[in-house]
Design a protein. Sequence first.
Length: 207
Amino acid sequence: MTRAAIPSLLLALLVGALVPPLHGQVVADTTAAAAPVQDTIVASGATPRGAFLRALALPAWGHLYIDEPVRGGVFFGLQTASYFMLAKTLGKLGEAEERRDLAVGLAADSILLLMEADTALARRLADPVLFDEAVQAAPRVEAPQALVDSRTRHRQDWIVYTATFTFAAAVDAYVAAHLKGFPDFDVTPATDGTVRLRMRLPAGRRR
């Protein structure tokens, strides 16, 4: 018996001790069909690590790799929606920045005209830092800048959502790949009035 099969055997013994008898007696069979489970996993070539990396690379790829299309479809919807919203937010942010830059240019031109007519103002705003502060404080710049700040926060939110959904999909694919080798239970009534609890255990080392 390999070390990998010991936890499964302990689980089988625990289930056999906790499941109440049906029709008088439950007979646990933990050896039947052990090899076919492992053969299926090995023959497919699917590994938890491979599922994890594929899920990170492309939505639903990791789940399709381990033959879990339903779970993959759920994460595919979440990820594609987050990618779409991120792209949409980036587009809106670009538009807001263009409006802000246009407003900044108009405000700078207006202040320069005022500086030409007011020497005291020209001396005070000769410092580039003070000039930039005056431009940013202009009424026509405040609203476009506030919109840019809002779009920037939205962009950060969707970056976090997209990264979270992608990592969650990768973890789910990794766990689901491991559960492919989890013991499979089957309850079968016997002709002698007992109920046979049958468990399929993975055998050998997983590649």
